[in-house]
Design a protein around this ligand. Sequence first.
Ligand code: 13P
Length: 246
Amino acid sequence: MRKLAAGNWKMNGTAAELAEVDALVASHGAPSVDILLCPPATLLSRMSDRAGDAIATGGQDCHANVSGAHTGDIAADMLVDAGAGYVILGHSERRTDHGETDAIVAAKSTAAYNAGLIAVICVGETEGQRDAGDTLNVIAAQLANSVPDAANGANTVIAYEPVWAIGTGRVPTLEQIAEVHDKMRADLVARFGETAKDMRLLYGGSVKPSNADEIFAIDNVDGALVGGASLKASDFSAIITALENA
Ligand code: 13P
């Protein structure tokens, strides 16, 4: 399995920030891990043109339908047309801001597969759910209901992003990350069999150059989904290098 360093630019970036991509291309010409950047949709085509072969690009969402009267939405085929190879689905910000349920995330993931995209399906507990001791049950239910039956190691990446760790500088303990990733692997193997051993399991939530080494040393952590630290080439580059050395 090739590990994956993924950056989620969220609602950040205009043409000027494409210089960060140029800097990444310059320093990671032949990476030993997969590199993915998911910019706002407005930058996707231009970023894809500049990212070359070493860096894949992805959308941050897609619609479940292939076309039609859905103002403001983007179909999976349109992401492919703009150069994307991946799409992030079910990010907690979309679950919260746009009321996306597990069923919606599963429908979008199926649309992504049909377009030939790799789905990066996000799961994660809130702070209240963790405090209540519900983390493993919440994650298991999100996986069971957000990941379609057609998932396999080639078309699906899972990102574990505790909601309370996103953009806060707070990170779970290494034991807490390991516990969730081990359980996710076990659940996925129980459901999908051997192919789930090749499914990349990313950790996301306040990953920085300063904590990447210890996070990447955890079993069943096959990379990261990075928000804020993916916006600057110097920070993201250090995280990529940490993953290459893990
Ligand atoms: P931060 O790395 O900024 O905490 O964001 C994580 C995230 O939500 C990536 O999808």
